[in-house]
Design a protein around this ligand. Sequence first.
Ligand SMILES: Cc1cc2nc3c(=O)[nH]c(=O)nc-3n(C[C@H](O)[C@H](O)[C@H](O)COP(=O)(O)OP(=O)(O)OC[C@H]3O[C@@H](n4cnc5c(N)ncnc54)[C@H](O)[C@@H]3O)c2cc1C
Length: 386
Amino acid sequence: MSDPHLDHDWMTEDHHAYANSVRRFFEEEYQPQRAKYEEAGVVDLGFWRKAGEMGILGASAPEEYGGQGLSRTFDLVTMLEQARIHDMGFGFSVHNIVMHYVVELATDDQKARWLPRMISGDLVGAIAMTEPGTGSDLQSIRTTAKRDDDHFVLNGSKTFITNGQNADLIVVVARTDPEAGSKGISLLVLETEGAEGFRRGRNLKKLGLKAQDTSELFFGDVRVPVANVLGGHEGRGFVQLMVQLPWERLMLGYIALGMVRTAFAMTVEHVRERKVFGNRVMDFQNTRFKLAEIKTEIEMLGAFLDRLSRELEKGALTAERAAMAKMWATEFQCRAIDTCLQMFGGYGYMEEYPISQLYADARVQRIYGGTSEIMREIVARSIDID
Ligand SMILES: Cc1cc2nc3c(=O)[nH]c(=O)nc-3n(C[C@H](O)[C@H](O)[C@H](O)COP(=O)(O)OP(=O)(O)OC[C@H]3O[C@@H](n4cnc5c(N)ncnc54)[C@H](O)[C@@H]3O)c2cc1C
């Protein structure tokens, strides 16, 4: 029987075989440790290394650096399998985003230095854009990098950085020319090992995503070699970010879809069993109609995302279409999971019922990767109003 959790027109037999091995990996290696990771607020580095050995981290990385050279739909399979166990604690998606910054934008020398260890899990990636004073308005960042001979000297702080406790390769968005506006922003790749002046702050306590580390980072006169400017392009940071953000937003759309599918399946199971006023909750027309709506919207979202993923493969995914997907998918996620939780009654609010975790984890999806309001801005700008 076909698997509704992986109902995508790009799924081949190879994708199904891959999904089976990723699912087994999460069941055997992640699930037994899950409570420990949630308690600690971070996933062990040992798990990252195992994911590397499994080939999960480098599925879509080029073979010449140790990857498998597969399409990014295989990475989407990993995220859908994470959504199946409804736990995004393992910060694979951000690591993957950073890996694609390197694959797409780095020099050959940089690729050779970083990719093999990112693929093996020996280097965990993070991307540090947000600062205490600015998030949505990226052009207002205050972290500076001043040239000193063959180094940049980095000063400033970042916050809310996913993988911030584990990361050893951090793409830092910094201002290299204070006079040049968005053209004065560069992406500096910081290798944290032995980096004097670099400090990790708190692992922040969150409403959801309990096992995922989210951190403050501080830079005090940290020396980063000029050779670590991503792609060797000083002042191109803003453009580089814009090129990569559609992939991040598409993947957040798929995560939203996977989470709703999981919530939907567990809700159907619950309402089939639960009896109220002598009826199953499933037998109320209200329940059946609401579930029918969610089922319909799952189909529609899947079709839209699959279209966008084909566009991505052709290099034709636009910023506004990725923004549409991110906005709609994550808002649908929050709305649909809220509807599902309601059908659990009081049990839905109890931690021992996973629907409560799905509800808490959903909320941030409308915030990170660009807020829903910023997504509306991007889409609105594409409308010809004159
Ligand atoms: C769990 C988590 C993980 C994260 N991971 C990372 C990470 O790995 N790397 C990273 O760099 N960042 C990360 N972030 C930060 C995230 O991307 C920012 O929080 C987000 O971009 C919003 O920025 P802000 O928090 O500064 O909010 P603000 O920019 O201060 O926004 C406040 C409110 O104003 C609204 N607003 C802003 N501008 C406009 C506008 N033009 N029109 C209408 N409304 C507007 C926003 O939508 C929001 O509702 C993470 C955040 C969280 C919570």
